[in-house]
Design a protein around this ligand. Structure first.
Ligand code: ZN
Length: 416
């Protein structure tokens, strides 16, 4: 008996394995059919009403008006007039863990640009997400901030550069060395601090850190590898130096003067104003909960709103972001920044574009995401109400789809 049972056990195991493989294969290839949808495409200021969106192999394969050409055998979800919009792009985050990445994704963020994190966590998450190992937003990574005193982790990762600990990252040779070290770890962006930080009580965010000449070196090294530079800048002096040096974006920009904004307009420099996180300095709890920062927030908040509003009215390109780590105690979500962008005068459609199609152009990923259109990645949200009329609808996605995979699904029990 033992001799005959062995092969039969083995063959039944093989059969189960084959069935499992077949099931997985069917699940992966089964089209998702979202019918009765109103589509907010991320560009236009009017929805496309009553269409069927078909998702196959992680992409939006078809958007059908009259119901013809719906594939057989797909998973059909009737949206009953709910709204589909592109997955959100959060252009400034500090995500440090898988759990935080998942929190971002479940809030509707399907792409992030990491603007500073230790130990190349962002590069690692980008790779795991690309492999499909980890269900996270798509990552664009920057590794460490290039600043006079880098994060301790930088020297732990590059002990061979410990000679730079004494004088800090100042002057051409040191700046070049640090930038090349980051590039060797395959970052997509270089992030620098052109001024001091706002979120630390002991630093004054108006203090410039680098000269135009120093920032130019960074931009040049980046350009040699096709990597853009983003400059954190609150104060005007450091901000202007960064714009003149040729950075692609200014992060925050709280105290930028009209002349600097004009330079940004002329040169096509983007502004990523991060207004809502400044409100977090003022509010109890959340990312920041510190009396001195609360006081600072009270004078920064009206100022950053004023500067961002001026920039928008002048025609400077504005991009949405949270500047959060999506930590367990964080209440920052991209919808709050979209409300702020509407508050500075943008239309709902412009604010939505700043977190979808315009953000994708800024990040040069518009060939595959940022829009609801045929051929794009199936990165999308389903909302109960039209965000072109109700911007707050973005706070509560009923469904989140990331590269064709349903991550959040509260649609199927919300239909009656
Ligand atoms: Zn930041």
């Amino acid at each position: 008996m033992p001799c005959t049972s062995k092969p039969s056990q083995a063959s039944s195991r093989l059969l189960i394995l084959l069935l499992l493989l077949a099931a997985t294969f069917t699940l992966n290839t089964q089209p998702l059919v979202l019918q009765g949808a109103n589509v907010v495409d991320g560009k236009s200021d009017q929805p496309i009403n009553n269409v069927t969106v078909i998702i196959e192999d992680g992409k939006i394969s078809k958007i059908i008006k009259d119901g013809e050409g719906i594939p057989r055998g797909g998973k059909v979800i009737d949206l009953n007039g709910k709204y589909i919009m592109p997955g959100l792009i959060d252009a400034h985050v500090h995500i440090r863990s898988f759990a935080a990445a998942e929190t971002a994704l479940r809030s509707g963020v399907t792409t992030v640009r990491s603007m500073g994190v230790a130990h190349f966590t962002d590069v690692g998450m980008r790779e795991l997400a690309r492999q499909g190992t980890l269900q996270t937003p798509e990552f664009l990574a920057a590794g460490y901030h290039v600043r006079p005193t880098p994060d301790d982790g930088f020297f732990l990762n590059f002990p061979e550069l410990s000679h730079l600990m004494k004088d800090g990252i100042k002057g051409e040779a040191a700046i070049r060395k640090m930038a090349e070290a980051l590039i060797s770890r395959k970052v997509d962006w270089i992030k620098t601090n052109a001024t001091a930080r706002a979120g630390l009580p002991q630093t004054d965010p108006r203090e410039p850190y680098y000269t135009e000449e120093e920032l130019k070196i960074l931009v040049q090294v980046g350009a040699e590898y096709g990597i853009p530079v983003a400059a954190h800048a609150h104060g005007d002096e450091g901000g202007r130096a960064a714009v003149l040096a040729g950075v692609k974006s200014i992060e925050h920009g709280t105290y930028l003067s009209e002349e600097t904004l004009k330079l940004m307009l002329e040169r096509g420099t983007y502004l990523v104003p991060t207004i809502a996180i400044v409100n977090d300095l003022v509010e109890p709890g959340g990312d920041y909960d510190q009396p001195l920062l609360e006081v600072r927030g009270r004078h920064m908040l009206p100022r950053i709103r004023e500067t961002a509003s001026k920039a928008y009215k002048m025609g400077v390109k504005i991009i949405a972001s949270t500047d959060t780590g999506y930590n367990p105690n964080s209440v920052m979500r991209l919808g709050l920044e979209l409300e702020e962008l509407v508050g500075i005068g943008m239309s709902n459609a412009e604010a939505i574009a700043a977190a979808t199609s315009a953000a994708a152009e800024f990040l040069e990923i518009d060939n595959h995401t940022g829009q609801i259109a045929e051929g794009m990645d199936a990165d999308l949200l389903i909302l109960e109400r039209n965000p072109l009329q109700h911007i707050k609808a973005i706070h509560d996605p009923l469904m989140v789809v990331n590269n064709g995979k349903i991550v959040v699904n509260r649609v199927e029990w919300t239909k009656e």
